[in-house]
Design a protein around this ligand. Structure first.
Ligand code: GCO
Ligand code: MG
Length: 408
């Protein structure tokens, strides 16, 4: 079996999805997702100029050797651009492998450990009242877990995943008005003062069963995060996400020594080396890598297995940046993983998106049910794809009130 061609498509309804399609001499094709939020053209160029010419003629069944070829062969390895490009190739090869085996992909990992996999939605509001409405909205739809983000009084603009159209599953991160980023202003003191009170009110209103998640979006220093986590303990959060910037793995050690709050981290990680210490030393509870940015199914599955030895569960990234292809790759891992925790689910579930990526995967009662179709179980309609093209957009940036750049 040989790879005969591969193509990269950029675009989608309200989103620059980067889709890789690998064709073979046996008529089967595989699909992968290389969407790197707000830097989408870069993995696409990496694929087109450097990877695809090297794939032609290779046996697609040797997915391990192809992954090693891409990773070790690049010399300058790791980083989100390269790993997103490798990730797309790897997903497409697993898609092909499972199609060849005539099985849904999860069967190749060891079958299903569960039926529906727990998912969480993003409830948000520019103030608490709006956020409470947004939580009710998702609860009415059957969600058992929600991430809650709300505006902070007297903070000029507090976007760390806050939007004012609380219930719409649109891509609120990318600003398509141009390439120059919107500036948002942040103040940790106001946030630390207000958020515990808001989270307590949410727990009070919705009772003990709702799984409440909160994303700090890398905004606090280690000491602030430790103090903040301590005050949140009575609220019994499902997790506190990205309390500090992920580069400083020691920060999590400090937090752990002061609080028993469950910590989730890893959406910006690109390899097992980024989370090795955090997992080995049991400094986190959930690992948030994605099949795209971590370089595909092959390395992600290794991270999941390693995490399992240390009581760390999965909580894969699933922001709107991921196309239904990587969501499917993660759904197959979620169906199998013995140490599955939860899946973030924000694929734009619009008619246009379903037409571009047809599939039988379904979301019901706050859980994701993986399709039993062969392969990843998601297709890509090239005719639909021809309606879209790349649209430049930007990701907001964050500054403190005095102008100092801060972490988004
Ligand atoms: C999340 C995230 C995202 C990021 C986005 C950046 O937890 O889902 O923090 O929404 O902001 O992926 O591009
Ligand atoms: Mg996050």
């Amino acid at each position: 079996m040989k790879i005969t061609d591969a193509k990269v498509f950029i675009g989608g309804p309200g989103k620059n999805y980067v889709t890789l399609k690998i064709y073979t001499d046996q008529g089967l094709y595989g699909l992968g997702d290389a969407t790197l939020n707000n830097r989408e053209t870069l993995p696409a160029i990496y694929l087109r100029d450097y990877i695809i010419p090297n794939l032609i003629g290779k046996d697609p069944r040797n997915s391990e050797d192809i992954w090693q070829f891409l990773y070790r062969g690049a010399y300058f390895r790791r980083g989100p651009i390269a790993m997103a490009a490798f990730g797309a190739v790897d997903m497409a090869l697993w898609d092909l492998k499972a199609k060849l085996a005539q099985m849904p992909l999860y069967q190749l990992f060891g079958g299903k450990s569960r039926e529906g996999a727990l998912i969480y939605a993003h409830a948000t509001g520019s103030d608490l009242e709006q956020l409470l409405d947004s939580i009710s909205h998702y609860q009415e739809q059957g969600y058992k877990a929600v991430r809650v983000q709300c505006g902070i009084p007297d903070m000029p603009s507090a976007s760390y995943g806050v939007r004012d159209n609380g219930n719409k599953n649109d891509d609120y991160i990318t600003d398509f008005s141009g390439i120059r980023p919107k500036v948002e202003i942040w103040d940790s003191e106001r946030y630390i003062r207000y958020m515990p009170e808001a989270l307590a009110k949410i727990r009070d209103k919705f009772g003990p069963d709702l799984k409440i998640l909160h994303d700090v979006h890398h905004r606090l220093t280690p000491r602030e995060a430790a103090a903040f986590a301590k005050t949140l303990e009575p609220i019994n959060l499902y997790w506190l996400e990205d309390p500090t910037p992920a580069e400083d793995q020691n920060a999590l050690r400090m937090l752990r020594q002061h609080s028993t709050i469950p910590i989730a981290i890893g959406e910006v990680f690109n390899s097992i080396y980024d989370c090795h210490t955090l997992i080995k030393d049991e400094l986190i509870d959930f690992i948030r890598v994605s099949a795209t940015y971590a370089g595909g199914i092959t390395p992600t599955k290794r991270i999941v297995d390693f995490a399992g030895f240390h009581n760390v569960r999965t909580g894969f990234h699933g922001a709107p940046s991921h196309s239904p292809i990587s969501m499917a790759a993660q759904a197959h891992l979620n169906a199998w993983a013995p140490n599955f925790g939860i899946q973030e689910y924000l694929v734009l579930g619009t008619k246009e998106c379903d037409a571009l990526f047809p599939s039988d995967h379904r979301v019901e009662n706050g859980a994701f049910y993986v399709s039993d179709a062969n392969g990843l179980g998601v297709d890509f309609d090239e005719k639909e794809a021809s309606k879209y093209q790349y649209e430049a957009g930007s990701h907001p940036i964050v500054r403190l009130e005095d102008g100092t750049m801060w972490n988004y």
